[in-house]
Design a protein around this ligand. Structure first.
Ligand SMILES: Cc1cc2nc3c(=O)[nH]c(=O)nc-3n(C[C@H](O)[C@H](O)[C@H](O)COP(=O)(O)OP(=O)(O)OC[C@H]3O[C@@H](n4cnc5c(N)ncnc54)[C@H](O)[C@@H]3O)c2cc1C
Length: 557
């Protein structure tokens, strides 16, 4: 079942993955049609039976992330991304119900003892247990270190035989319906994960939250009043590993939410595209009006595909056993979820007044996708994570980090000049110069500047990633499990559009940030350092490329 290729060493073979995706689509067609989804949304109801069927006998999605040695399929990050995207295309609320089990089992998968892994991962695989991942508290969200839930050891004969958990968890997906909870609590040795059964005395859940979106998911507070768990439920058997265990899977878990952004964003665009082909306004279909397509469809498709390129690169690296990748997970999540929200918003606009009504579903998708920039780390926390890490890379390489990546893209541009690599290289060179000005001017003392740099870094890296993906597609070297929606020429056109935009944004926003914090600005010197004339010259051909992307999207190419 597992593949053993050179670049993708973990996970399903492409054929098995396609079968899983096809079963998921078939299941959704039969059980989660538009009318059902609208009804669940209106009634604010989680379809618990459907989620149980997905995570149990009928579909068995949970087997994807259970290792083969415990009876699962042993899927890798790439498989999980593809499946998460597909689930999000169907319904983000239902997808969140499944995600909670993925997340809930992660501390065990990563930090559990062999016995704990065998015990619970086998049970999840065989019995389709629904899980909840209970980390957040009323006063500890982005800042998990502020958590107040306690785990007091029950000591007998000088050793802890059990723990008593006390506290309150907030906004927990599946909080009111899970069979098994992983709960983060402060033990004497520090934050630690505990595995808690639903029927343990002292554990209870609040009423489901009345949410803006993902109303087909259950989100509830979880109360812990003297909940006794035996010591063998301390994940990893050692106190104080909780935050490290949570960190260890961020690369992976944020990729899942990134996939949600892709799935929901495309689900919205894929409603706007046929709608605009059929809607005749002022004598012709909207799909033939550039002012419409080049604002409401093309840029969003391009942003989503740049995000996908980054997701796929990160997934491949995770599957090749490159550990950590927290920053890459953050970039993937940031790019995909921001692009997904923007695409869904544009899809409402693209439907005009109809988009503002419930019937056309884009209104629901827009509300649903909004959560993806909040949970599993907000966009602002992503910006901070990205900026801090890449800032260190800039300092360690004495400013060469992004110049070096740019040079590698320039080599690519020499071999495949049409893949946007040259413009992406300009974006990276400009980024390196902006970071250097930020260093000499001590601009990152301003948190605002630091976070805005995080955004620019993500944009430039995303553009570079799409340029690489376009070159791989042209060379026929994309991973077998990669999405195949767009062919090589289409990806190349998208990469050119994205790279030009990224170069312009890095330069313009970079100048704004530097100028905004500098008393005596050498504007000419800054423009030259950022290679502004070259960035302007690189915009040539943008209009034709946008036309080309529109033609591909509307099947006219
Ligand atoms: C529907 C839903 C489902 C969820 N599911 C789960 C779940 O299953 N398990 C779980 O553990 N949690 C879950 N969460 C919680 C979620 O992960 C948190 O809401 C999120 O991490 C943000 O934390 P917070 O709500 O406390 O916001 P805060 O941390 O208070 O943030 C508020 C705002 O301030 C910004 N901010 C925070 N810190 C900084 C800073 N240092 N500098 C600048 N800006 C900052 C944030 O970006 C945000 O815009 C869920 C939340 C929702 C709404």
């Amino acid at each position: 079942m597992a593949t053993s290729g050179t670049t993708l060493s973990t996970g399903l073979d492409a054929e098995t993955l396609e079968m899983v995706l096809a079963s998921l689509r078939e299941f959704a067609r039969a059980r989660l049609g538009d009318a059902v989804l609208l009804d669940l949304d209106a009634r604010d109801e989680m379809p618990l039976g459907v989620v149980r069927e997905m995570c149990g006998g009928e579909l068995g999605i949970q087997l994807l992330f259970v290792p083969e040695e415990y009876g699962g399929l042993g899927g890798g990050a790439f498989d999980i991304y593809r499946v998460c995207e597909e689930m999000a295309r169907i319904d983000l609320g239902v997808a969140t119900g499944v995600l909670a089990t993925f997340l809930g089992s992660d501390p065990i998968r990563v930090g559990g003892t062999p016995e704990q892994r065998r015990r619970w991962l086998t049970a999840i695989g065989e019995r389709g247990l629904l899980m909840a991942y209970a980390a957040t508290e009323p006063e500890a969200g982005s800042d998990l270190a502020a958590l107040r839930t306690t785990a007091r050891p029950v000591v007998e004969d000088g050793r802890a035989v059990a723990y008593l958990l006390d506290g309150r968890k907030q906004w927990i997906s599946n909080g009111g319906v899970a069979d098994l909870y992983t709960v983060l609590a402060n033990a004497p040795g520090g934050p630690s994960w505990f595995v808690v059964d639903r029927d343990t005395p002292g554990l209870s859940a609040g009423k489901p939250e009345d949410k803006h979106g993902i109303r087909a998911s259950n989100t509830a507070a979880v109360y812990l009043d003297g909940v006794r768990v035996e010591a063998d439920r301390l994940v990893g058997g050692v106190e104080g590993q909780g935050l490290l265990q949570a960190q260890a899977v961020f690369g992976y878990t944020r990729l899942m939410v990134a996939a949600f952004g892709l799935g929901a964003g495309w689900a919205a665009l894929d409603r706007a595209i046929p709608y605009s082909a059929g809607r005749v306004v002022a004598g012709g279909p909207l799909s033939e009006k550039q002012g419409y397509t080049h604002k409401l469809v093309v840029p969003h498709a391009v942003r989503l595909e740049a995000a996908r390129a980054y997701v796929e690169e990160t997934a491949a690296r995770l599957d090749a056993s490159e550990g950590g990748l927290n920053t890459e997970g953050a970039i993937a999540k940031y790019l995909s979820t921001e692009a997904g929200c923007a695409a869904a918003d544009a899809a409402i606009q693209a439907h005009g007044g109809y988009g503002y009504t419930r019937e056309y579903l884009v209104e629901k998708i827009r509300r649903d996708v909004r959560i993806t920039t909040i949970y599993e780390g907000t966009s602002e926390i992503m910006e901070m994570t990205i900026a801090r890490d890449r800032w260190q890379a800039h300092l360690k390489t004495r400013g060469d980090h992004y110049h070096e990546q740019a040079r590698s893209l320039e080599e690519q541009a020499a071999g495949s000049p049409d893949t946007g690599a040259a413009a992406a290289a300009l974006a990276l060179h400009a980024l390196a110069e902006v970071l250097e000005r930020a260093r000499t001017g001590r601009l990152t003392r301003s948190q605002h500047v630091l976070l805005r740099l995080g955004e620019l870094i993500a944009e430039a890296e995303g553009a570079a990633s799409l340029a690489r993906r376009a070159a791989s597609a042209a060379a026929g070297t994309l991973p077998a499990r990669a999405s195949t929606r767009f062919d090589a020429p289409a990806l190349a056109a998208m990469a050119r559009v994205r790279a030009r935009d990224a170069a312009m944004r890095v330069a313009a926003e970079g100048i704004r940030l530097v100028a905004g914090a500098t008393e005596q600005l050498d504007a000419g010197g800054l423009a030259a350092a950022l290679r502004l004339p070259a960035i302007h010259a690189a915009q040539a051909g943008l209009a034709a490329d946008m036309d080309l992307v529109a033609d591909v999207i509307y099947g006219r190419a």
